[in-house]
Ligand binder design. Structure first.
Ligand SMILES: *Cc1c(COP(=O)(O)O)cnc(C)c1O
Length: 393
């Protein structure tokens, strides 16, 4: 196939790689968020969800959808007695600010090993009413779980560092319960695709546009009784005379929780996102829940890592195999092959969003293998990459 160098330009004709139709995956979406949304979910918008779009989120029909999501997530994650599912607007990024405003009392310890885990720590460092955080750092491609630290009241890290494709264990830091510290886990690209014991966390929070293949804009958080109590205490202390702390209503976890308990959100949510999410949570639960999803992601990831290890031009970026993510797979390419050229050739053939995280700046592919992505499509992708690399040269 021949095509022009750019839209609207009369640039030179370039040879594009045309992958044979028979090799292509059924679905070419491999992004890490927004990620593939299944056809059935989109259909739900025009079927079950049709009468909901454009109606009040404070009325029973939309509240039923929120209730169904909250119950579905409670089942999916087998949440312990007393833990609750909360939600609100603004995605995981908003939850970081919320945690700074209403969950960290004074000082937190962070594990930082990539862009996302770094952003939460940076927010805490800037909050004028919090003390300087204690940061445990690791090189990108590895991970650092915070260690026991005197005088902190929260431990924070990411279960899956989406910028590097590292998955980290989630287990309370020994001694943290005794010192009264909370465990706050950013599970945005891990929740739903990686194993988890919720009792090891106080806030397990995520956005729905990654593993749950919904749209962006919301955050969900599974909160322990201790987290709820902490938010109440912190917000009360902010109201004392002379308090330096400010908890804006939008960042108040107690208000978010009060609304969530009524199957609502503090302010207007995207109803389409709720419909897509509800459909996906049902689909996951019907197919065997977290065990099923986690095995499916592991299978897809394994296809890619095995292919890369056998390849003479590709290799898994994460060297410690136990840290290699089962949901976000990062593959380094040999310097003789430009990843950007591979990514754009794939895109020309309808295979999209395979580029590495931009700020990581490596010659890398990054592939989201969330539950919606079929392992057979992941396999097809490996053939397509080989084909492109062979024909680029
Ligand atoms: C995508 C992502 C976020 C940010 O999510 P938003 O919905 O864009 O706020 C935070 N943490 C991790 C680990 C992510 O992958």
């Amino acid at each position: 196939m021949r095509k022009y160098g750019g839209l609207g330009t009369l640039g030179p004709m370039i040879d594009a790689v045309k992958i044979p139709m028979s090799m292509l995956p059924e679905d070419g979406r491999f992004g890490c968020g927004p990620s593939k949304i299944r056809h059935k979910q989109v259909k739900a918008l025009t079927e079950a969800g049709y009468n909901l779009l454009g109606t009040s989120h404070r009325q029973a029909p939309v509240k039923h959808v929120v209730a169904s999501i909250r119950e579905g997530l409670a089942d999916y994650f087998s949440i312990p007695e007393g833990w609750q599912v909360a939600l609100g607007n603004g995605g995981a990024s908003a939850f970081w600010e919320m945690a700074c405003a209403s969950l960290i009392s004074r000082r937190a310890a962070f594990g930082v090993y990539g862009s996302f885990s770094g952003k939460f720590a940076a927010s805490a460092a800037k909050a004028p009413f919090l003390e300087e955080p204690v940061v445990y750092k690791a090189e990108y491609g590895s991970c650092a779980i915070p260690q026991y630290t005197d005088d902190v009241d929260a431990y924070c890290w990411a279960q899956n560092e989406t910028s590097t494709g590292v998955m980290a264990p989630v287990q309370r830091v020994p001694g943290s319960v005794e010192q009264g510290a909370l465990t706050l886990i950013d599970a945005t690209s891990g929740a739903g695709g990686l194993p988890i014991d919720i009792s090891q966390t106080d806030a397990y929070y995520f956005s729905p546009q990654k593993v749950f293949g919904s749209d962006g804009g919301l955050w969900f958080a599974i909160l322990s009784p201790d987290a709820v109590k902490r938010a109440e205490d912190v917000e009360k202390s902010a109201e004392l005379e002379g308090a330096r702390r400010w908890v804006p209503p939008f960042l108040s976890l107690t208000q978010a929780l009060a609304n969530s308990r009524k199957d609502q959100t503090l302010n207007t949510p995207a109803i389409g996102t709720l419909v897509l999410m509800d459909e996906q949570v049902r689909w996951l639960n019907e197919h065997g829940g977290l065990n099923w999803a986690q095995a499916r992601c592991a299978k897809s990831a394994n296809i890619l890592y095995t292919w890369a290890e056998k390849s003479d031009y590709a290799a898994p970026f994460v060297t410690d195999a136990s840290l290699r993510s089962n949901v976000v797979v990062t593959i380094d390419l040999d310097d003789s092959i430009k990843a950007s050229a591979v990514v754009s050739a794939l895109r020309d053939n309808g295979i999209v969003d395979t580029s590495g995280y931009r700020k990581l700046g490596r010659n890398q592919l990054r592939i989201g293998v969330f539950p919606s992505v079929k392992p057979s499509d992941v396999e097809a992708l490996t053939y397509c990459i080989d084909y492109v690399v062979e024909h680029l040269q």
